[in-house]
Every structure is written in structure tokens, then in C-alpha cells.
Ligand binder design. Sequence first.
Ligand SMILES: [Zn+2]
Ligand SMILES: [Zn+2]
Length: 482
Amino acid sequence: MKRIVSLLLALVLSVSLLLTARAESAVFALRADTVICAAGGTEVSVDIVADANPGVAGLNFQIAYDPALTLKSVTRGGALRSMSYTPPGDLAANPVSITMDSTTNDTSIGTLVTLTFEVPAAAKSYPIRLTRTVGNIVDQNRSVVADSLTSGAVVVPGGGFLLYADKVEASVSESGTEIAVPIRLDSNPGIAGLLFRIAYDPALTLKSITRGDALASMTFTPPGDLSANPINITMDSPSDDASTGTVLTLVFEAAAAAHDRYAVNLSYSARNFVNQNYEYVPVTMVGGSVTAHNWNSGTVTVPATCTADGETLCTCTDCGATKTEVLPATGHTLIYAAASGVLTETCAYCDHTATATVSAVRSRYTGEPIAAATVAYADGWLGGETEIVYENNTAVGTATASITAGGATAAAAFKIYTPGDVDGNGTVNMRDVLALRQFMAGGYGVEIATEDGDLDRNGTVNMLDLLTLRQFMAGGYGVTLE
Ligand SMILES: [Zn+2]
Ligand SMILES: [Zn+2]
């Protein structure tokens, strides 16, 4: 008997679980977003979103908003596009009615309409409530579709402690990967003790909690058991901390396999937020979420260039949400060419151009290898520092210095000389005196470069140089050659 009862019980339980699961998926879940408005007095957009949709063919619902808000526009979103939409005739009406209908069911999810409000400056949470009368959400068989309506708000910070969780847009393919949800603090009159709770969708697994920069002076007692849901966050300090920013970052693992939205809700009791004088601190909390989207590969809206990042606009194939992804800059495709001592660097795809120029100075012979070359790089040169390779730089004569980049080699020649060796045979002797005299006389077929024959460095080769060389050979005249 006992066994039969437990068997029956198990059967009833499993049937009811099945029903619950079915009932859940058959609900048209409509939600007004909660938006934190950075500064009052500006315009803010609030999405009305269908998170789940078993199929609807007609709907009429009302959006009632705080009378301090001014409705500026209602624009259609990406969801329920197969339905005819009748825009509200009078934007000043409050509530406004949203009406859509079709001959067949539309099962899409995502943003139905976006409302743009002008927001007053006063710090406050301005509610946006969704209502409908029974029978106004129906399918193509005119059967009433079960619904769940969630109201939203426009929150203007400044009225006290504002704690909120981020709305994170994830990807269905991120199953098993970690999704970070920051808990942030926007407005803080100063606090010395707090306790709040974070309740998250059971499809999420909490992996870690790390502290952020905000409330760093307070002592944080981490939850003892990460698998507890909700978890308690406790912080305290002997004196007020008025910092803002990221308080904590929760890292979740999502069992994401289908498009879904997982709520991360924050809650508190008023007596658990106190300042150093044991006064209660007013608190506003706004929950966040992790939405698993089915992003497509996207279309390039801003092409990437060699040096600038581009943008790709990806769209969720389930709900029509969009996100912008960065297309990294491609980097240059560099090509090198050489002409005498100049290496020219260009890009195959853009107008980048830069040069590296090798040059070397005429150098006095020492018997050691002579490194007489330098490289000048023009602004923007990307080829890095080039190595200078020398040839014939140990003996008197013509040496070369070369640099190579991308297979191109640029070279500069330079002379290694012995002062007075005007015929360049490596030694200074009477042959040089003779060569200089014949050069001066002309007609002997002797060529002497000015730099070799101008022994007194006065700029020309003339009789003074011949005199200088002769006195050097004779010795005792105090003549040195440079
Ligand atoms: Zn989506
Ligand atoms: Zn380029």
C-alpha cells in the first residue's frame, strides 16, 4: 500500500512538473525595462520586451507611466513584425495603448516598442506599469494566451544609495563559459554597514565573487556557500564610505543552449543600510540579467583599415537585439624597395610611406674595420632598426655599408684613405708628390679627387698642397696631414 502511494505521489509530481514546464513555456512574458538614467532632465529610451511567446495573433495592452515623465515617441522594435501595429493616436494619453494584430500567430520575441521619455531632474524611481484587460492577448484561434506582465522604471540616481546589477548580453554558444555580472553603485551618501541579497535564475551557476573598487574601505564577509541562492552580501566599517563604482563582480556559468533571459535580482530590508551615525540610508536597487542571444555573424558597418578598428553589427536571430563588435585593425602589408642608399617602405593597401637612409663618411685608414655608417629613419618607419653590414672596410679604398628590409638592400659607399696618399696605393711616398705635380700640370691623365689632394684643407687642390706634401716627405717642417 505504502509503495503504491509513493508511486502515485511520484506520478502526480512528475505530471505536475510536466504541467509546470508546459505552463511556463506557454506564457506570453511581457516586460518593461528598467533603465538607469545617468542625469535627470535628459531623454531616455525604455524597451517593452517579449521574453517568451507561445504565439499571439492579437494583443492590446496599456503602458502607464509616472506623470512626471513626458512621453516623446513610441517606435516599433524588431519583434512581432508580422502583425499590424496601430500606434497610439495621442502620445499625451497616459496610459498609452499598444495594439497589434494579425491573421496568424507570431512567435517572435524581443522588443515590441521603444518608448522615449523626457526625464525630470529629480532623483527618483519613475515607474512604468504594464496592464491589460482579460481577453486582449489572444492567439489565432481567439483563445486567450496566458501572460505575465512585468513593470519597469526610469531611475534617476541621487536620492540615496543606488545599487544595480548589469544587464549582460551573452551568447547561447557560451554554455559552460563564464559570464561576469558586475554589481554597481551609482550614488552613495555614505554608508557604514549594509546587507543585501542576490537571487539569481537557477539556470545560472555562481562560480566566484570578486570585489571591485567601490566600498573598498569596508570589511566584506564573503558568502560561506556559493551554491546558496540567494546569497547574502555583508559589508561593514566603523566610518562612512561614500565611494561609487563596481562593488562586486559575480561570475556565473550559464547552461545556455537556447535563447533565454536569466534574472539577477537584488533585494534588501531598509534596516540593513546604515551610516556611521546608525541612521537608515535610503536605498534603490535595480536587478540585472543575463540574456543568451543567438547572434548572427553580422554585417560590417565600419570596415577596418590598416590602422583603425572597424565595426560589425550582429543581430540576434531570435529577438532582433543588436550588438556592435570591434573589427580589429588589419595592420599594414609592408613592401620594401631600395634605390642607392634609401630603403622605401610602403603599404600594399594604404598610403603609408617611410624611408630609412644609410650614409657613411670618408674615413681615415686605421688598419681596423671602420664602421662609418649611420641610418636615418623617417617618421613612421615600421621596419624596425636595420643592421648595418660592411664590406671592404678594413683596407684603403672604397668600402660599402648596406641595410636590408623585406628583401630589399640599400647601400652607401665610402672611402677609407691614408692622408697624403693621393694615388691611393696605400702608402705615402714620392709617387704621390709626382702624381700631384702631374695633376697640377695637367695632360698626364692623372685624376685626383679634391678630398684626396686638398692636403691643407683649404678647399682646392693647388700648389700649396704640393708644398705641404713635399715638406711632409722631407720632415722637420712641422707638417701633419689630415
Ligand atoms: Zn536575442
Ligand atoms: Zn596600410
